[in-house]
Design a binder for this molecule. Sequence first.
Ligand SMILES: Cc1cc2nc3c(=O)[nH]c(=O)nc-3n(C[C@H](O)[C@H](O)[C@H](O)COP(=O)(O)O)c2cc1C
Length: 304
Amino acid sequence: MVILLKKILGVVGSYRKQGNTELFVKLAMMEAEKHDLKVEMIRLTDFNFKPCRGCMACVFKAAKCRINDDFYEFLNHIEHADGVLFGSPTYILGPQAQFKQILDRFLLIPQHIDNLQHKPACTVTVSGLKGWHPLSPVLNLVVLSLGMNLLDSIHIYGPGPGQALLNEESYQKAIDVGKNLALAIKGEDYDSFEIKKAPNSCPVCDGELFTPIRRDKLQCALCHTRASIVESNNQQLGFTLKFEAESLKHHRWTEEAMVHHIEEWVKATEHMYLGKLEEINKLKAQLKSFDRWIPRSTRKKSFS
Ligand SMILES: Cc1cc2nc3c(=O)[nH]c(=O)nc-3n(C[C@H](O)[C@H](O)[C@H](O)COP(=O)(O)O)c2cc1C
């Protein structure tokens, strides 16, 4: 009798072989394997992603993306996994660029959301320095925009390849992530997991990027969750963020909000645009002949 094991996928976003990202994804995957899961890993730097061309065919024509690159191959891996761990190094305050290229394809994700919806996912980000990774939660937006359930996101520190392994707490975090993700894949109830979140981070994206919207109120810049600043005995800050339950239910990355955004706003821009096309074309014509491009053939190939 063949037993089909459920599958967990580790996505390594660093080019560095045996770098911190790879090592910590591996730690989590080794733990997950103990829970009778099939473990597979991919290295994102093996994939070729081209930039979105902004043609909008995925929205206005419900067409497949016309770019000939590895995006669908990547999506295929995600669709065939029962849960995913995404890992990225921090490059200039946030995740490495390929994750942003994936996020840029977000407008076509609703075509695939049925196959991805509610699959558990976790993220691990690595940075060299504390306080130098404010955009790490952008990696969590990859998970959320794919319609997956973000179970946990951890951040670890270590500048040199493998250096993060010296920190026992980080080690344990990776093992916990592997275990929690494995249990979630096997159907364990999410509420039973003990996941430590930073006290004042957004409960949806785990980020700390807030926009003030009133004297005592902040909004998560990434998710649109809202929180009041309430005095508390938090020893360091003297305040705590109390998140509004309604805003947690209706944040930017819920399926309803994403579909609504595309159907009611993005699609509506076509009509708005066509209605003004004559006027826009007249204005565009004034700039058309301004041609100061450096011809590709004469561009300097080397840096000096
Ligand atoms: C191009 C580049 C940019 C980086 N930018 C940051 C940064 O903004 N903040 C930070 O804390 N570390 C930064 N680092 C350090 C890496 O995040 C760190 O070395 C990490 O361990 C790399 O993970 P890896 O070993 O999996 O590649 C940068 C490293 C490189 C190569």
